[in-house]
Design a protein around this ligand. Structure first.
Ligand SMILES: CC(C)(COP(=O)(O)OP(=O)(O)OC[C@H]1O[C@@H](n2cnc3c(N)ncnc32)[C@H](O)[C@@H]1OP(=O)(O)O)[C@@H](O)C(=O)NCCC(=O)NCCS
Length: 207
């Protein structure tokens, strides 16, 4: 379980880590219940009452949702949710974000997004989907920052984030040669070998 300090000029001072399934997901519920009405509206696309949020958090606790949390003094102030692909109609994992207003615009959403992408890559996911209100400037800015291609439809914007496999390290790159590269390398080795042989026998003194 990794822990990072979220640092920025305005210095969010908390830590970021994945919540333990079931045992810790009440921390997610309490965070979501603390969101102010506008934020709840933005986060849940209009569904706002407490009982909805309680049922939602309970579902996350046992359906395999990964929750990466921003925590200050033991209290979750921000969360990134990675929902399992089998919960979505086209098997594309859904993601969602929420940051309490007291810690916004300090890079918390960005660090949660970064962690969530790393987690999704580690699970082998190739793409992620995010849905947000068309008027939600903050979420659109955050999603754009991480390469989401947002499309507008019926007052909502939906975006896909493609998770291309990371480029292999340089050593591996050199090992992966095309057939032409391999042939060229072989010719160079042969040339060097024959040069050495000719030199040994003194046949290339004139060269
Ligand atoms: C969207 C949200 C998660 C952003 O969290 P945050 O911690 O403030 O995000 P960051 O500080 O990392 O900012 C990310 C980027 O968005 C930009 N941004 C943030 N709020 C913005 C706003 N209100 N208007 C325009 N841009 C905004 C920031 O400038 C930053 O860009 P930069 O790094 O180039 O400066 C937060 O506003 C939120 O929880 N909103 C309510 C819930 C919600 O709408 N969820 C989305 C549904 S999935």
């Amino acid at each position: 379980m990794s822990t990072d300090i979220a640092t920025r000029p305005t210095a969010a001072r908390g830590t970021v880590r994945t919540l333990r399934q079931s045992e810790e997901l009440s921390l997610l519920r309490d965070h979501l219940l603390r969101l102010d009405p506008d934020s709840r509206h933005d986060r849940f696309h209009g569904f706002m009452d407490d009982s909805f949020i309680e049922r939602y958090a309970a579902k996350c606790a046992d359906d395999g949702t990964v929750v990466i949390a921003y925590i200050e003094d033991g209290v979750v102030r921000g969360a990134a949710e990675l929902h399992p692909p089998d919960r979505s109609p086209d098997s594309q994992p859904e993601i969602a974000f929420s940051v309490e207003s007291t810690v916004r615009r300090q890079g918390v959403g960005s660090i949660l997004f970064k962690k969530l992408i790393a987690e999704a890559r580690s699970k082998g996911y190739r793409s992620l989907r995010i849905t947000t209100g068309a008027q939600n400037q903050a979420m659109r800015a955050l999603a754009n920052k991480f390469g989401a291609n947002l499309k507008f439809r019926h007052g909502e914007s939906t975006g896909t984030i493609n998770l291309e496999p990371l480029a292999p390290p340089q050593a591996a790159m050199t090992a992966i040669a095309t057939p032409a590269d391999a042939a060229r390398a072989m010719i160079n080795v042969n040339r060097a070998y024959w040069k050495m042989m000719l030199r040994m026998y003194g046949w290339n003194r004139a060269a």
